[in-house]
Write a protein that binds this ligand. Structure first.
Ligand code: FES
Ligand code: FES
Length: 159
């Protein structure tokens, strides 16, 4: 069976330029994890249902398991590795720790990026808006309440 011809893609990930030479049928999640070696985003379901693979691509939260890597060519991408700045955690990360909103951790990179994406577009969300913003991110451990509180606390901390 013929293999797809490889091509070069360019991304800016967490402010740094990257280039990868890849088969065009690979997902953004695979390329970011396997080629760029940024393994914070996780593969949970692989079908767009769990949010563990969430990244922010050109300002929009996406499930990177559903995006083909060439679709993001030229994009600005933020992964969980890019949130802390100068050894300071992002307010959403800090609030997740302070509120005890982390258990096994598998969903946490995606959940925190969902919170960040929300606060970037809506700095003062209601509880309902927070719950809607993380509705695509599944967590088997926490029951969500502490996560919602953490995102609300991060909103408070940044105003
Ligand atoms: S791994 Fe992408 S949504 Fe579950
Ligand atoms: S903390 Fe375990 S799945 Fe969310």
């Amino acid at each position: 069976m013929a293999t797809a011809q490889k091509r070069v893609v360019h991304y800016t990930v967490n402010g740094r330029p990257y280039e990868a030479y890849i088969e065009p049928n690979r997902t953004l999640l695979e390329v970011v994890r396997d080629e760029l070696r940024l393994t914070g985003a996780k593969e949970g379901c692989g079908t767009g249902d769990c949010g563990a693979c969430s990244m922010i691509v050109n300002g929009r939260l996406v499930t990177s398991c559903l995006m083909l890597a060439p679709q993001a060519d030229g994009a600005e991408i933020t992964t969980i590795e890019g949130l802390a700045q100068d050894s300071r955690l992002h307010p959403v990360q800090q609030a997740f720790i302070e509120k005890g909103a982390v258990q096994c951790g598998f969903c946490i990179p995606g959940m925190i990026l969902a919170g960040k994406a929300l606060l970037d577009r809506n700095p003062h969300p209601t509880e309902r808006e927070i719950r809607e913003a993380i509705a695509g991110n599944l967590c088997r451990c926490t029951g969500y309440t502490k996560m919602v509180e953490a995102i609300a606390a991060a909103a408070e901390a940044t105003t």
